[in-house]
Design a protein around this ligand. Structure first.
Ligand SMILES: [Zn+2]
Length: 378
């Protein structure tokens, strides 16, 4: 028997991490190091923090080793993965200044000043490493200011979210890593233009400034910078979940078989009373010994009245309470294939609807539940 297992259903959020440059493209070159290596170290450390602590996030790297990836390919990876967020990691450099310091975060837009344009020119010039760049990038000349006119008419629907993340990253660079805050800027980055999701480009610091290059090549530097981006990511994702009325909870939730919480009493009122303690609670009792699947459709910080317009006419809506949020689900069934089909239907109404599983009254890892379901069906 064939079971269509939609792995993505177990992952609420897709994060694409893009370590800039690589392979025969070193990026900016300092006295003791190359940009591509700094970017990769920080990007991997950031990704590992997410992988370790956010089981509901799928992390995709455009590269995880020292290899050349064309710029257009990086955006394509993000678009194909249907990423919710794209974070490109770079290191800055400037000619003729060995003292300038600090981290900055960039979003897509038209550079208003020459200095901003210079950063975009430098980062976009990587396309010159690609033989067919003239065709591939429609005659775009990274060094010609005129080429940047294509960024003038951009209607970036993700601008607000991108800028919001960029600001949080800067806040963390300053407060957690103690870096000089060079602010949030806009410029015409090809890699951001081609990615269809909120996206930012981080410049960790200046490889051209000896003191900063040294820091960028220490363990402490890697740890502080990657953790700053990670903390900002958590903050961004929390906001995103509230806005999208979805998510399996707070980004720092560690939902696993062992750590999943008990679903207690059948009495909804008792549950309500307990809900202030922050424990997971449900209105229904799910005590089945085999996994029960359902489609989570939205999350709310307030309890919604039954028949709320937010349910969009969906009838069989129930909820559980976790980490201060009411999480609404429907289409409960022991038949995974049924729930799988339902999720696909519901995804048009509830963007990001995803499958969750309970067993013996506890929320369990959905992939484990699917495995168990498949075994018992064999
Ligand atoms: Zn770069």
């Amino acid at each position: 028997m064939f079971f269509a297992v939609d792995v993505s259903s177990a992952r609420d959020f897709v994060l694409v991490i893009d370590p800039g440059h690589g392979g025969h493209d070193p990026g900016a070159v300092g006295a003791i190091s190359k940009e591509k290596d700094i970017n990769l170290r920080v990007a991997l450390a950031f990704g590992q923090l997410v992988e370790k602590n956010c089981p509901d996030v799928k992390v995709v790297y455009t590269r995880n080793r020292d290899v050349f990836i064309p710029l257009a390919r990086r955006a394509e990876i993000a678009n194909n993965a249907k990423a919710d967020l794209f974070i490109s990691v770079h290191t800055n450099a400037v000619d003729g200044n060995k003292t300038v310091k600090g981290a900055s975060t960039w979003t897509l837009g038209l550079a208003r000043t020459g200095a901003n344009l210079e950063v975009a020119k430098r980062e976009n010039s990587v396309i010159l490493y690609e033989d067919d760049y003239k065709q591939k990038y429609a005659g775009f000349n990274p060094y010609s200011s005129e080429s940047y006119i294509i960024f003038e008419l951009i209607q970036d629907q993700y601008m607000e979210q991108s800028v919001s993340l960029a600001s949080i990253i800067q806040k963390q660079f300053k407060s957690y890593a103690g870096r000089i805050d060079r602010g949030v800027h806009q410029a015409g980055f090809l890699v951001l233009k081609a990615s269809a999701m909120p996206s930012v480009l981080v410049e960790l610091g200046f490889i051209s400034t000896p003191a900063e290059e040294k820091y960028l090549n220490t363990k402490q530097g890697t740890q502080e910078l990657s953790t700053s981006i990670y903390k900002a990511f958590l903050e961004y994702k929390k906001e995103w979940e509230l806005k999208n009325n979805q998510g399996s909870g707070n980004a720092s939730d560690k939902v696993s078989k062992d750590k999943s919480k008990k679903l207690p009493a059948e009495n909804a009122d008792t549950d309500e009373a307990k809900s202030k303690s922050g424990k997971t609670e449900v209105k229904v009792s799910e005590k089945s010994e085999s996994p029960v699947f359902m489609v989570q459709i939205l999350t709310s910080s307030k309890k919604l009245p039954s028949g709320s317009s937010q349910f969009k006419g969906q009838k069989d809506v129930e909820y559980y309470f976790e980490k201060g949020l009411y999480k609404y689900y429907c289409c409960k069934s022991a038949d995974y294939n049924y729930v799988y089909k339902k999720r696909r239907e519901l995804a048009t109404k509830f963007k990001g609807a995803f499958i969750i599983a309970f067993k013996n009254g506890k929320r369990v890892d959905v992939n484990d539940a699917i495995d168990e379901y498949k075994k018992t069906k064999r």
